[in-house]
Design a protein around this ligand. Structure first.
Ligand SMILES: [Zn+2]
Ligand SMILES: [Zn+2]
Length: 647
């Protein structure tokens, strides 16, 4: 007899020898039919697994919003794909096939390159395997016996995998003929049979080094996705198409915003004029909003001697993300990975009294951090970037009000760019510096600030950094995807480490509280994210070009130039197209560049002093007097209206 506690708290008394599937049957017939796997005391398990002792048990059914269910589906589908690939290309050596976000992949060692042209044949074979509805059957072997079996199969990757596994080795056969049916070394669990894997599609193939090691053999990694239903698969593929259209690397080139250069080095962004303009406008906005809120703007050097990084602890804790030092007059200098020490030094350049606090320093500070080349990704993951950094030094009594100010600014900035967001309170990690009391107090201050703003938040248990609890903000973009956003840390260690104090009302020295925070993160990452958020169609206040003036024919070319001059003089960013091209292609080009407004001018407009206004979505807004169009644009810019940026 085992007592099985279900997720709703109900307890079932089960007879000896029941399996997870049996328990599902005891709960209900429909559940027994839908079940694909179980979760016993938090561990995923096959339906065929015996329930031998008292436990908590959850029955899993295919559900797109349940990460456990999706893990089992994705992992099972990876097996089905592997079986199909091995059938079609018997030379294939299987390497490793884990579930990943939105799908799975399988790394294979095969000399013949797999190309997208092969996907259809692989999918057809997978469909056959699914139709055959073969059971996934688990069997276990002792280590020695298992290793002998693997060695006979002459697959060094599986031998490697097995060497890293603990305890008994488990294998899964699809089908009932152990030895002749497809099988794979695997920890499991899987759906009960191949018919249950769901709706799948192979999405791409790429090269990947074995174990990510560039000295190892280059393998082929085949990616697939799987969903509980055909409809969910179709929706996902549609989202994938949309995301591709928004890829900042493609749009960055198409809209001439930035480039990278192999000879200069990977992960180093070159901002082209249009990209630079966007960045400049954001930085100007950022700076103005900080000045309004009582921040001081500072600039600090890009290199610093090792002495400061010994004090800060960077050399001890972060050496692997810092670049090798350069020798200047016999002293090691590093490219700075963070701006904090320079801000502390400026604070320390004078005696500070409680009357001087709070001191808020902000800097668009460029830092350099090592990222492995395999993790670099367009503007989102780079090796040199400009952080929008700030440090607030305040008394403990001022902490609440300062956090309010910071959250207000964060909220204002996020709304200005059209992002919604989620807040997370990250609490004390296992390894931490400082006393429990300090942590408790700082965490409570953060919590209270979230509550004063009436922000819903989740707790990220143990997610704080070793010196500080923090509030992390995740942005939600126009596609509903989450991005790492602003972060706010209440530092409990820096003041001690750097000897930072202020003179209190009692004339004695006290340690200030230091808040680190970024709102945008880095200019590179933020602008990369914005490109995808807006699909390249920036709102008027950020658009590198506000309008294109396009003449219908030679006859209206001089009026077009007049319109262009007037718009420029009014402070708008304009381009002129008086080429011999027909008006259709002219409008098309401007739309492709995502210019918010296309002004078509012909003889009629010239006679009336008007423009024919079209927007980038292809909509004709109509004939408008030029001064009214200018006034409307200025209003849109001043209000930072999102306009047609987010559709
Ligand atoms: Zn498996
Ligand atoms: Zn800092």
């Amino acid at each position: 007899m085992a007592k099985v506690t279900l997720p709703d708290g109900k307890i079932l008394d089960t007879p000896n020898g029941v399996t997870v599937a049996d328990v599902a049957g005891m709960i209900g017939q429909k559940l027994a039919k839908d079940a694909i796997a179980g979760k016993i005391n938090g561990e995923l398990a096959d339906l065929s697994q015996a329930v031998t002792q008292d436990c908590k048990l959850e029955i899993l059914t295919p559900k797109a919003d349940n990460p456990d269910s999706m893990y089992v589906l994705r992992h099972s589908c990876a097996h089905v794909m592997a079986e199909a690939v091995c059938y079609l290309f018997p030379e294939t050596k299987l390497v490793y096939g884990p579930p990943v976000d939105n799908g799975y992949y399988y790394d294979i060692d095969l000399d013949r390159p797999i190309t997208p042209e092969d996907f259809e044949a692989i999918e057809a074979k997978m469909t056959e395997i699914v139709k055959a509805d073969k059971p996934f059957i688990r069997y276990e072997m002792g280590r020695d016996e298992g290793m002998t079996k693997l060695k006979a199969e002459d697959n060094r990757y599986k031998i490697d995998n097995a060497e890293r596994a603990e305890g008994l080795l488990s294998f899964y056969t699809t089908g009932t003929n152990q030895g002749s049916d497809f099988e794979d070394l695997c920890r499991g669990p899987h759906v009960p049979s191949t018919g249950r894997v769901g709706a799948f599609k192979i999405t791409s193939v790429a090269g990947a080094y074995y174990r990510g090691d560039a000295r190892e053999k280059m393998l082929q990694r085949i990616y697939g996705t799987v969903w509980p239903s055909k409809k969910e698969l179709a929706d996902y593929l549609h989202r994938l198409e949309e995301a591709k259209k928004r890829d900042h690397r493609i749009l960055g080139k198409q809209l001439d915003l930035y480039s990278m250069h192999e000879e200069i080095g990977p992960g180093l962004v070159h901002w082209h004029p249009k990209g630079s303009l966007i960045r400049y406008l954001i930085e100007r906005f950022w700076t103005d909003e900080h000045l309004k809120r009582g921040y001081d703007i500072v600039y600090t050097p890009h290199i610093a001697s090792e002495r400061i990084y010994q004090v800060s602890g960077h050399l001890e804790k972060y050496a692997d993300m810092m670049y090798s030092p350069m020798d200047i007059d016999g002293v090691n200098y590093y490219l700075k990975p963070m701006n904090c020490p320079s801000h502390y030094k400026m604070y320390l350049s004078d005696i500070r009294s409680y009357r001087d606090l709070p001191i808020r320093m902000c800097e668009l500070g460029t830092v350099y951090r090592y990222e492995p080349s395999g993790t670099l990704h367009g503007m989102l993951r780079v090796r040199g970037f400009t952080q929008d950094d700030a440090h607030t030094f305040c008394t403990p009594e001022q902490l609440g009000q300062e956090l309010d100010l910071i959250l207000e600014l964060m909220d204002f900035m996020m709304r200005s760019f059209g992002y919604s967001y989620k807040a997370y309170l990250a609490t004390r990690p296992e390894k931490y510096l400082g006393t429990l009391q300090e942590w408790e107090r700082a965490t409570e201050e953060l919590r209270a600030a979230l509550q004063r703003r009436d922000l819903d938040y989740e707790i990220d248990e143990g997610g704080g950094v070793f010196y500080a609890p923090k509030i992390d903000i995740k942005l939600i973009d126009s596609m509903g995807r989450e991005w790492q956003g602003p972060t706010h840390q209440v530092d409990l260690q820096a003041a001690k480490r750097f000897g930072i104090t202020y003179v209190g009302a009692d004339n004695a020295p006290h340690e200030p509280i230091i808040i680190h925070r970024t709102v945008l993160g880095s200019m590179e990452r933020f602008v990369g994210g914005l490109i995808e958020h807006y699909a390249g169609a920036f709102p008027m206040w950020l658009a590198p070009v506000h309008a294109v003036v396009a003449s219908i024919s030679e006859k209206s070319a001089s009026y077009a130039r007049e319109v262009y001059d007037r718009l420029r003089n009014a402070g708008l960013r304009v381009e002129l197209d008086t080429s011999a091209e027909k008006i259709g292609p002219k409008k098309h080009n401007a739309r492709k560049q995502k210019v918010p407004y296309i002004l078509v001018v012909g003889e009629k407009e010239a006679a009336d002093g008007t423009v024919n206004v079209n927007d980038r979505t292809g909509k004709t807004i109509g004939t408008e007097r030029l001064d009214s169009f200018i006034a409307r644009c200025k209003k849109e810019i001043d209000e930072r209206a999102l306009g047609t940026a987010i559709s």
